[in-house]
Design a binder for this molecule. Structure first.
Ligand code: HEC
Length: 180
């Protein structure tokens, strides 16, 4: 009984302390103030377990031979919507990408570890909470989503010239990054 009372008192104190900490505004929510390594590790485990569990059972909808057709959709969508955060061949890391926390991975980097198609599809469709990663499922067709997935998987192997040619073939202008 005594142990229980002590335990309850400790719990109340901890909850009170947490409430004071939160309500006082002491926690620094700034994007340029990184998490503790332990928090970072914990959030990483949560993210990886969640993506793996939620993407299980997703089968690759478009047949392999229709990939060529939908990759065009992927190129235009990627160039317009993803490049700013995830870079592209010939487009180095943008100012937005450098300011985001967590940082969006650079898909053109040699160090980027490519995920399975199903995982990329799930992420692009549903986004990732409390990061800059948006959910594109509500605004894009299945074909567009898969086109984006297949194109992002190709990115690491493209030269800037090849990328530009694909952007032109998809009917887009090559846009220059904004400098100031
Ligand atoms: C405003 C910036 C922003 C835009 C635009 C954006 N993303 Fe992201 N994306 C992020 C961030 C930030 C993360 C990292 C989230 C994390 O670490 O949990 C991310 C993560 C991802 C991942 C997981 C990477 C990995 O393997 O860990 C994929 C895949 C992805 N984005 C694809 C896309 C695609 C495709 C588009 C365009 C349709 C896109 N993103 C647009 C910010 C963005």
């Amino acid at each position: 009984m005594k142990v229980l009372v002590i335990l309850l008192a400790v719990l109340c104190l901890a909850a009170g302390g947490a409430a004071v900490f939160v309500l006082s505004g002491s926690y620094n929510i700034a994007a340029n103030d990184p998490h503790w390594p332990l928090t970072e590790w914990f959030l990483g485990v949560v993210r990886e377990r969640s993506i793996s569990a939620h993407s299980k059972g997703i089968s690759i909808v478009p047949a392999k031979d229709s990939r060529v057709l939908i990759i065009n959709l992927g190129v235009s969508n990627y160039h317009e919507m993803c490049r700013l955060c995830h870079s592209a061949p010939g487009y180095p890391r943008s100012e937005v990408a450098r300011g985001l926390y967590p940082a969006p991975p650079d898909f053109t980097s040699k160090d980027f570890k490519r995920r399975k198609d199903a995982e990329v599809y799930w992420i692009v469709k549903n986004g990732i909470k409390m990061t800059g990663m948006a959910a594109f499922g509500a605004t894009h067709s299945e074909e567009e989503l898969w086109g984006i997935v297949f194109f992002t998987q190709l990115l690491g192997g493209l030269t800037p010239e090849e990328y530009t040619a694909m952007v032109k073939a998809a009917g887009l202008q090559k846009k220059e990054d904004h400098h100031h």
